[in-house]
Structures are given as C-alpha cells and as structure tokens.
Design a protein around this ligand. Structure first.
Ligand code: M6R
Length: 609
C-alpha cells in the first residue's frame, strides 16, 4: 500500500505536499517523492526512506510551483531505493505519475512499450503508466489517461501531471481509494482524508473506473468511457485535531487512550434505555431476512480477524446462530458454501484491504448478503457491501490497530444484541441489562488506563525477553491472539497466542524460565481451567503474568505478576482484557527502541494481495 497526494492552489506547494505525505506515511515508508511544475518546468525530488529524508532534500534544494503530486511508498515491485521511488516519469520527462496499487499486466505492457522505443529506468510496475500516457498523449492529459486506463490490468489509484498540459492534475481510480478535497480556490487529491481535513471538510470520493480532472476552474468528473459525471459532495465531520498527536509521544499511545471516547461515540444514538431498542440505521437488512438468518460467516484480516473471532462468541451466545470466521486471504481460495439465508460480515478498519474486498466481491458475485463493519466513511467496503455498521473510532494513524479493534467489538456486540432482539431471544427487559453493561465499558477502560505506569514498570522488567506465550480461553482466546500480534508487530519480539487448552498439545514443550506466559484469566466460565493451565506453566518453571479481575485473591498466589481489570459480564471481558495487552506491547516496543507508530515492513492497510 502507498499514499498519493496532489495539490493545486495558492499555498506553498512543498509544505502542503510534505505535510500531507506525513499524514499518509502510515501507508508505507520505504521511499517518498514529489513533483511540481514550476514556470513550465517539471521538478522532482525523491528519496529512499521516510518523509523526513524528503523534507531534508527539499530544505537543501527547495522546490516551488502552484500544483504538484507526492507519494509515500510501501514497496511491492522493485526494491526500496531512490530510483524506484515515485513520481515516475515518461521518456520525455514531461509526464509524472504517483500510484497506489499494482499493475498486474505491467510486464506485457512494458514489453510492448519497449518495442515502441520507450526507455524504462526503474523496476516498478508504475513506470508503465507514465509511458502509456505518453504513448496516448496528443494535447490533452485526461484524454491520454482515459486511453491508458483501458489497457491497465490490476488495481490503481494514480495522479498524474504534465508540463505539456499545465495547471492540471488528473486522477484515475480502479480499486484503491482516491479522494478529492474541495477548498476555496484550492483542490486536493489524497489516498485518505487525513491530509485534506485541515484545509476543507468538503470531499468527493471517486468510485471505481472514474477520473477526476482538477484545474484552476474546479473539478470535472468522467468515467473511463469519457462520460461526464456529476458527483455528490460529502461533508466530513472529523476534527483535524484527531490526526495530531495531541501531546502524546506516539499515535499508538494516544489511540489506546482514546478508546473510552471512541467506544462512547460508537455507542452513541444506537441504544435507548427508554425504548429498549437498538438503532443500526445503515445495516440495510430487512427484519424478514434477519429473522431467517441460519448461518453467519465473518471474514477479515489481522486484528479485524481477531475481532471477528470475538464476534463469533458474541453472536453464538446471544443469537444461537452458528458462526464461521475466515481469513480473507484464505476465503476466496477455499470451496466456500453460501447458503440462502446466510449473512456474510466483512470487517475492515480501512475498508480497502485487498483480500477482504476480494472476498466481499466473490460473495456478491454469488448473490450472498453482505454487511461491512468499517471505520472509514466512503471506503470501498462500505460502498460495495449491502449494509454497513460504522465504528466511530476516528482516524487511526498508528499502524497497530487499537481503538479500531475495541470499536469493532462494540459494533459486533450491538449487532449481536440487535439480531437476538429481532429473533425474540430476550426475556422482558433483559436487553436493558446488556445496555447498562455496554455503557459501563468506557469507564472501566478508563480505570485500566490509570494503571498505565504499572504496566510500563512491567514492560521495564520484561522487555529483554525474546519469546512470549499468550494464553486465553473461550471469548478471550482471540484476545490472546491479539495480544501476541500487538507484541510482535510493535516490538519485534516473537510471541504466540494460543487457546490455553491446546497448550498440552504442543506449545508446553516451549515452557521454561526464559519464556514468560501472559495468561488472560477473568472469573468467567473457564476460569478454573485457566488456573490449571497456569499451574502447568508454573510447574515447568515458567513465568506467568496474569490479567485478572480486581477482587480475585486466589490467582495472586499462583502467578508472578498480575494486572487487575474491573469485573464485568463475562461475555464483555474482551473489551477490557485487551487494554493492558495493548499497553504492554506499546511500552515494550518503546523500551526496545522500536518505531512503534511505523513498525518495519508494515503498512496500515494492505491494498495488494
Ligand atoms: O483495514 P483492515 O482492518 O482491513 O486491516 C486488516 C489488518 O491489516 C490490520 O488489522 C492489521 O492486522 C493491524 N493494523 C495490526 O495491528
């Protein structure tokens, strides 16, 4: 995944592009670059590595103009190097392109273009776009783009400028996101909202197979066939302050601390203690279909997949409908079965994860019903699924998902309660008990966050260990997976999450004093079983760090370290147990000197397969 940006307007071009790229840097940070046209001359600056390197180059060799494009790269085709950094040029060096996506037929196109005499300078797939536009260019950039996109296979969102058709930015989309920002006498192109928010709240989301042409008179839209389109303007309510660190050292820490607010906002307006009803306005599934649902399949990647696993326990407990959970990357390659009354839930923070979108599309192609749980307004998943439940987490900049995970849990819990209600599964007023429990969660999380210094001290004690085992059962088994994922991605420590009952079937062989075990052990239906698993670790000289309920004295004798969380309805414990694990991973990453907001090799959302 990469980030693209473009600007046309009166402000200082290099600052606008650099500031925008910094906000997109979570999407990739292998190399960066920008291009502007200044007095008819195209100027390019590119570097290997982060935006700060690009900033330094521009400080030494300033760049000016009133329109330009920029890019931050997560390398797919071609190693991270200055040469492979975007923007990429045509032969005449008058056309430059920044691109997010993959041109799957680039080798065939490259061969064709080489035969026509084009000269390639990089190992990237993107360079073919510049040459293809050059090949089709007569006088007008958008017409050349229109001809070029017809030949491009794969997925792309790209922005292109040319000194031969000046004062114009042309953007084309098929797959990855492209958003147009409409300011007063200034216009933006971006892969997401963050770079635009500080300048304007009026945006237009490009749909697939659409082209936007920005010039000083405004923006025109057309489809790949050249038909003029009229597009709806969306007004975004997110505050630009949400994409700043707000006094925190890292976005990840800020986002962990934002969870009480994010959960309150995800809950707001959706439950009523007066009517005992749940309001999910955008799910777009009829009560008749909801009543008939006989099976649910949840599909997602990474942290969203872990939320899906928790959702399985919520749904099965509350609705008694069988639930299966799949990795998106596996789904389309298995012989999946879609039943008539099956609901398919797609979970994605970004709504742009390539594997998840592929699963969504294959289900739709087979006439399956889809519901997306998503954080990004206007993203592809929200536009393509039959219905949506938004998680109102606000923008998440840290690559590690934190607040988007707990708000996904909230969306799943709300949907489970909603479905259970439609299916008449509650006794009179029983649902109100759940509502009250839901409303208490943000406050309980606050009380865990107050203990952050205690968790930091634990991190100080354990940050030099190189392997960790995370154990949980039932609804906290996915939290063991999520705790281990957080630790490995942030601190590069090897960590494994396991259902505690499976330990005896293999991982117990690893237990020794050098491998601490994090045991998630609230007093729920599997508590006694967890205590037995803890004893098994202790008997083999293992160190145990437990997450347990405040009033639990029994466990204190059995473990080496303990992090207390408030008690809750047992089904709701994942909202709370995950919080200390996020903090633990953050502080360990910090102590090990890792780049916690932008861990190596990762990108915030993976828009390639
Ligand atoms: O945007 P998505 O929720 O579809 O992203 C899925 C995963 O890439 C993501 O959850 C990833 O595992 C986390 N950022 C890791 O913390």
């Amino acid at each position: 995944m990469c980030g693209i940006i473009g600007y046309l307007g009166p402000k200082k071009i290099s600052s606008i592009l650099i500031e925008g790229l910094k906000k997109l840097e979570y999407r990739g940070y292998d190399s960066a670059g920008l291009a502007v046209v200044n007095k008819g001359k195209l100027e390019i600056r590119r570097v290997k590595g982060k935006i700060s390197n690009l900033e330094e180059i521009i400080r030494m060799s300033p760049i000016d103009g009133n329109y330009g494009i920029g890019h931050t790269r997560w390398a797919t085709h071609g190693r991270p190097s200055e040469e492979n950094a975007h923007p990429h040029r045509d032969c005449s060096e008058t056309i430059v392109v920044v691109h997010n996506g993959i041109i799957e037929n680039y080798l065939d196109l490259k061969k064709e273009l080489l035969e026509k005499g084009h000269i390639f300078r990089t190992e990237t797939d993107t360079e073919v776009i510049a040459h293809l536009i050059e090949e089709n260019f007569e006088k007008n950039l958008e017409i050349a783009v229109q001809k070029a996109v017809k030949k491009l296979g794969g997925v792309f969102a790209f922005a292109v400028i040319s000194s031969k058709d000046p004062e114009k930015i042309v953007t084309a989309k098929k797959g990855p996101p492209a958003i147009i920002g409409l300011g007063s006498d200034e216009y933006f192109v971006s892969s997401d909202l963050a770079p635009i928010l500080g300048h304007t709240k009026d945006v237009i989301f490009l749909d697939d197979e659409e082209i936007a042409v920005i010039d000083k008179n405004g923006v025109q839209f057309m489809n790949f066939q050249g038909k003029t389109l009229s597009k709806k303007i969306d007004t975004i309510t997110w505050d630009p302050i949400m994409v700043e660190k707000g006094g925190f050292k890292h976005f990840m820490l800020k986002e962990i601390f934002e969870q009480p607010r994010a959960l309150r906002e995800t809950l707001m307006g959706r439950i009523s203690l007066d009517t005992g009803k749940i309001y999910l306005d955008e799910i777009n599934l009829s009560p008749d279909f909801l009543r008939k649902i006989s099976r649910i399949n949840i599909i997602a990647c990474g942290t969203s997949y872990h939320a899906g696993l928790v959702g399985k326990y919520f749904l099965e407990n509350l609705t008694h409908i069988p639930v299966e959970v799949d990795y998106s990357s596996e789904y389309r390659y298995r012989d999946f079965i879609l039943e008539k009354n099956q609901l398919n839930i797609i979970i994605s923070q970004s709504g742009e994860t390539a594997d998840t979108l592929a699963a969504l599309r294959i289900i739709k192609k087979n006439k399956g019903k889809t519901l997306s749980i998503c954080n990004m307004k206007g993203s592809t998943a929200t536009r393509e699924a039959d219905g949506v439940i938004y998680t109102h987490a606000g923008p998440e900049i840290g690559v590690a998902s934190t607040k988007t995970f707990t708000t996904q849990l909230m969306a799943l819990m709300l949907f489970s309660l909603y479905l259970a209600q439609v299916k008449n599964r509650f006794k009179k007023n029983e649902i109100l008990t759940y509502f009250q429990e839901l409303q208490r969660i943000p406050h309980k999380i606050e009380s865990i966050l107050y203990q952050s210094s205690k968790i930091e001290n634990l991190a100080q004690k354990y940050f030099h260990y190189t392997d960790f085992l995370y154990l949980g059962r039932w609804v906290n088994f996915p939290i063991a997976l999520e705790g281990a994922l957080k630790l490995k991605e942030i601190s590069y420590i090897h960590a494994e999450g396991y259902p505690a009952g499976e330990m005896k079937h293999g991982p117990i062989a690893l237990i020794e004093e050098k491998m601490p075990t994090v045991a998630i052990a609230p007093k729920d239906r599997v508590y006694e079983k967890m205590l037995s698993n803890i004893s098994e670790v202790k008997t083999r000289n293992g160190i145990v760090l437990a997450v347990a309920w405040e009033e639990d004295k029994e466990i204190r004798e059995k473990v080496d370290e303990i992090i207390y969380i408030p008690s809750s309805h047992p089904l709701f414990t994942p909202f709370l147990t995950v919080i200390p694990l996020q903090l633990f991973a953050y502080y360990i990453g910090l102590k090990r000197g890792a780049d916690v907001d932008q861990p190596r090799n990762l990108a915030k959302s993976v828009t390639v397969e």
